[in-house]
Ligand binder design. Sequence first.
Ligand code: PEP
Ligand code: MG
Length: 597
Amino acid sequence: MNSFHTEKEQTLLGVGASPGIVIGRALMIRVDGPARKINLRDTDVAAEQDRFRQAVNRTEENLRHTRQEFAAVIAEHITIIDSHILMLRDGMLFDRTLEIIEKEKVNAEWALEQSLSRIKEIFSKVNDSYIRERFLDVRQVAEQIFTELAGTDKFPHEIDEKVILVSRDFSPADILHMQGLSGFISEGGGETSHSAIVARTLGIPAVVGLKDVTRQVGNGDLLILDGITGRVIINPQPELIEQYRERQRQYLSYSKDIARFALFRPETLDGLSVRVQANIELVEEVSQALEYGACGIGLFRSEYLYLKENGLPDEEMLFEAYRNLLSHAAPLPVTIRALDIGGDKHFPVQQEELSGRFHEKSSRYSEANPALGLRAIRYLLHEPSVFVTQLRAMLRASTFGELRILFPLISAYCELEKVKKMVSEVQESLRNEGIPFSENVQFGVMIEVPSAVALADNLAHEVDFFSIGTNDLIQYALAIDRSNEHVAHMYESLHPAVLRMIRHVAEAGHRAGIEVGICGEMAGNTMYLPILLGLGLDFFSMHPLAIPYVKRMIRNSTAEELEELAEDLLVYPSASQIRNHLQEYLFSHYPEEFPRL
Ligand code: PEP
Ligand code: MG
């Protein structure tokens, strides 16, 4: 138990990353201090190097095992595990640690810690947030080696049903390993972090972004974890435990009832029909999306095909994938987003040269502000051959279903003009080559940059639909790096500026007679649904598992009432006022989804 531990009831507020309520005992994970230095005798150096190699081998085995075990369940996260496997043998980590053991005659833990400090120093000097973020990956990989060096399992194999794991951070692989786990809380992470997404996929309640929680909670403390509101209560009093037990029962019976809503039409009580669609990253996810009741694929993030192969995918490879995707989903529509590479998504190192993002000096394309850099449509216009290849593949596949093409990160009118010109040229050359494609493909832009919001009226006349990407719109509107944990608490979906932007885009789109929907994480969060419905959005695209929850809520809503609610909420100047009013509304109108304590 640590010195900050207290028996008094204490409530902490973090980010509800995965819904559900757990009442259980805290199990602290991996909160040890830095490694201790041990000087070795000459004769022990080789054995120590061997101990390190074996720890790396075991870590690799574990990662490969995780990869294999969960490939089917959570395929989109395999790339993260693959990159962790590659990092294990990185020269700066692996060779350098062996070298330090040999030269300084020290234990492997100490040597590894030194390698890590060096890597951190190098990364931080570049002053590049993308590289800083990659250091967290290196740290996660190293922590797994530390665990193996310690010769203990980081997580107990058989976790008691009532155990809540508490740690500074969990990697997605950690969470995949926690079978039988009731819930977890961590200091790091935000609503859109990978660990949060994995937790939601596996249905493990979680609260993240709880600063200093590892110092406030002691091993064995009784905890209440409320993944719906983001609350964690340490040492709750008996009356509160009883209230939460009741809430837990209500939530469980509500969750059990949810599956059947996949089959229902998303229509409000007063007859307004909207479309509820799925966000996916892999062709294989289409079946799951349909099973959960998606009325189509609202966002196919096409990056994955560019990340997994050695070399950029060619037209045939892309065509095959898109054809499968479209025929699988037919007759339902599929929205393929043009490649959104850059920012926090990047090509593997070996592809940087092929991609035209090769930087002579650094052997990797490097940017001081990648989120503001050569990302998405900017990259595609900069590398037209990559864009043309993808456009050709998409258009060729268009005869196999109903295709919509979405252009990400549009920030200027002239950008859209250039894109449309390229599309026309590709269509023209396909015609000349006698290659069939559908003339009914719809084109849309993602509204995720404030300048696109301001230009919505003009852009609306040039496309068939708008899809609002709130993940980025919030980051760019509020100047909050969506993957920087230090400002994660300021990433506020209910910020009045964000909501007013959504209203502006919806109105501009509707004035021009086009559809306006949303495909950011907000769309799948039932807390935000009433306001988004009230703002008049036509489609909502989200993680497939969220679909039945959202459909159920739509069916319990009255569109006219929500319009009034949205009007009332948008008058407030602050997010906290909006949140309080909205919460009251949720408690009184959706008591099963949001039981009042
Ligand atoms: C968004 O920005 O809201 C979005 C859906 O795109 P991504 O999360 O892939 O940037
Ligand atoms: Mg985006």
